[in-house]
Design a protein around this ligand. Structure first.
Ligand code: SF4
Length: 429
């Protein structure tokens, strides 16, 4: 059963690299990034399943945060090399908790520092994550004026009991109101997050959540439906360990994922990633940049960046990754002193890791992996035969379709994307 809640994958980090500045982590010759992620760490309340870097907002840190964020963005802007950004995603945390006056400052800075022309022209995507409770007309109008053209709303469930299990505090009745407020402000793309396999949830409960999501007026054109994961060191995981809640078993969770897929397919939604569904082609451009392992910049505490360069020894594509320090205090102090974020988990460019990541992420996508490109890459690393053998074994298990020059997960393969990824990645030396 494929479980996945975080859009940004977790990367295995070897050793404890000393903190350094993000500015110095970008390898020379890196391709200009066309996407930007910004992390806003404030939340109204800490949900029990969440392991994102966020904390309860006391509103007294917002001004200093915004000031430091703009300072960091000023340092990152040259890495876009004047090219138009194709996607901006402001996530968290709960970005909609940021005060409207700070949003105005931030959006004006983004316009000054980056070329947002593709987004302004409707060819790019600018998403802000929102909590239904914190959506106001003033906020939505401010966002729309700053070229935001997509909101992503964390609904998770429409059942108050399951929301309570998740310690998620919002009124499900506010979801439709928030969507209407966004629409009225001129934000035309709307996405909803749902979580299934909540302890105590039944297949009928999942069906009811899907029906509620599909009945929303105005409608959403994108749905993310994640299987609940028990992240280490979360209150939810501790409750499961103490036996206070019983996690849904894998077979039932798989049946729920199949129900999600079939129900959404019946409503015209295309499953383009294990947990993501789009109506009328409204796929998330920004999240595709993650899953296609393209380059993106990142700002704010705990934000993860990835840039692509060419390995000088082999001429193969190789990505460098890093993560901003997940501490508002230390991130802010460093940015204020140096203009660049302190980073952790730096991974230098490595063509073998880049191939492994492309395989890992590619098999989560309906479009799959470009087989010729992967095998050419593997050939230069001396492991093409092992990789094509691994792909054939996944085909023989009924998990991968190898036709048409791409390795695509089958309907069953979507349920076992982690296992397919493990098998393919294991073939890359
Ligand atoms: S609102 Fe989102 S980021 Fe904040 S605690 Fe809940 S799940 Fe985590």
């Amino acid at each position: 059963m494929t479980r996945h809640t975080n859009l940004i994958p977790r990367w295995t980090v070897a050793g404890d690299a000393p903190p350094r500045a993000a500015r110095d982590a970008c390898p020379p010759g890196a391709a200009p990034a066309r996407s930007l992620y910004i992390h806003v760490p404030f939340c109204a309340h800490k949900c029990h399943y969440c392991d994102f870097y966020s904390f309860v907002d006391t509103r007294d840190q917002q001004r200093a945060f915004t000031r430091a964020l703009i300072r960091e963005l000023r340092g990152l802007a040259p890495l876009a090399d004047g090219r138009g950004l194709e996607s901006v995603f402001i996530g968290g945390g709960t970005p909609s908790l940021l005060g409207v006056e700070h949003w105005r400052t931030l959006l004006a800075a983004l316009r000054d520092l980056f070329d947002l022309a593709p987004i302004a022209a409707g060819a790019g995507e600018f998403t802000v994550e929102c909590n239904p409770e914190s959506v106001t007309a003033e906020l939505m109008e401010t966002l729309a004026a700053g070229h935001v053209n997509r909101v992503s709303l964390g609904a998770q469930s429409f059942d108050p009991g399951h929301l309570a299990t998740l310690e998620r505090r919002h009124d499900p009745g506010r979801v439709a109101t928030a969507l209407a407020t966004a629409r009225d402000a001129g934000i035309h793309h709307r996405s909803l997050d749902l979580i299934f396999a909540v302890p105590g949830q039944t297949l009928d409960d999942v069906r009811a959540d899907l029906e509620a999501a599909l009945a929303l007026d105005p409608a959403v054109d994108h749905l993310s439906a994640y299987c609940l994961t028990y992240e280490p060191n979360t209150p939810l995981a501790a409750r499961a360990t103490r036996g206070e809640i019983r996690p849904i078993d894998d077979d039932t969770a798989a049946a729920m994922q199949t129900l999600v897929r079939d129900t959404l397919a019946g409503a015209g939604f295309e499953q383009y990633e294990v947990s993501n569904y789009a109506l009328g082609g409204a796929r998330s451009r920004h999240n595709l940049a993650y899953w296609r392992t393209e380059g993106w910049l990142a700002a704010g505490p705990s934000a993860s960046a990835h840039v692509l360069t060419t390995d000088p020894a082999t001429g193969l594509p190789a990505g460098a990754r890093w993560k901003n320090m997940p501490s508002l205090r230390r991130w802010r102090a460093h940015v204020e002193a140096t203009g660049s974020a302190p980073i952790v988990d730096f991974e230098p460019p490595d063509p073998a890791r880049t191939l492994r990541e492309r395989l890992m992420m590619g098999v989560r996508l309906a479009e799959g992996v470009d087989a010729d490109r992967a095998l050419e890459h593997a050939d230069r690393l001396g492991c093409a035969e092992a990789l094509s053998g691994a792909a054939r074994r996944q085909r023989d298990l009924g998990l991968l379709d190898l036709e048409g020059g791409r390795w695509r997960p089958t309907a069953r393969g979507f349920l076992f994307a982690d296992a397919i990824a493990g098998a393919l990645m294991g073939a890359v030396e």
